[in-house]
Every structure is written in C-alpha cells, then in structure tokens.
Design a protein. Structure first.
Length: 95
C-alpha cells in the first residue's frame, strides 16, 4: 500500500489534541501542527506544482515547512541554517 508523505502526519496514531512534537521544551499538538502545515501550504498555493522550495530552519520550523511543501505539491529542499553563508547562498541559488 502506497503512503503519501502528507499521510505520515495525518495518519499518525497520536490523537489530535495530544503532543506530536516536543521542541525546545514546548509541546506541539498534532492538531496545531496540521493547522500550521495547512496555513503554510495555502500560502504556497501560487507556486507551480513540482517546483523546488527551500526550507531553512530547524526544529518545528523545518517540520512545518517540509509537510507544507509536500502538501502543496512542491519539492522541499531542506537547508541547514548553520552552513557558512557562501555555502548557504550556493545551495539556495542551485535549488
């Protein structure tokens, strides 16, 4: 059975109101994560499907960015914000 990347989040066995992710001593419920993903995915809806989108950050920011990109039909390109600026710029420009 094929599983979509988005279903990894929505079909996760954690209840909607229960914590799904703990980052920096903060708990993010499954419902909160799904809502944030939906909001960002709708903001990305004007980007052509299949286009690459750079996701920079760490923690919950990357999780939301990855799932939102996939929900919008885009190709997520996660980038480590700790890269030296020249490497960061080169990665972004090549995406």
């Amino acid at each position: 059975m094929a599983t979509s990347l988005g279903s990894l989040l929505t079909d996760h066995p954690v209840a909607l109101g229960d914590p799904l992710v703990h980052v920096d001593n903060l708990a993010h419920t499954k419902a909160d994560v799904i809502a944030e993903v939906g909001t960002l995915a709708s903001q990305l809806s004007n980007v052509a499907p299949g286009s690459p989108v750079v996701v920079i950050g760490d923690g919950i920011t990357v999780l939301i960015g990855l799932f939102a990109s996939w929900a919008a039909g885009l190709v997520a390109v996660p980038v480590n914000p700790r890269l030296p600026s020249a490497a960061l710029r080169a990665t972004i420009e090549s995406s």
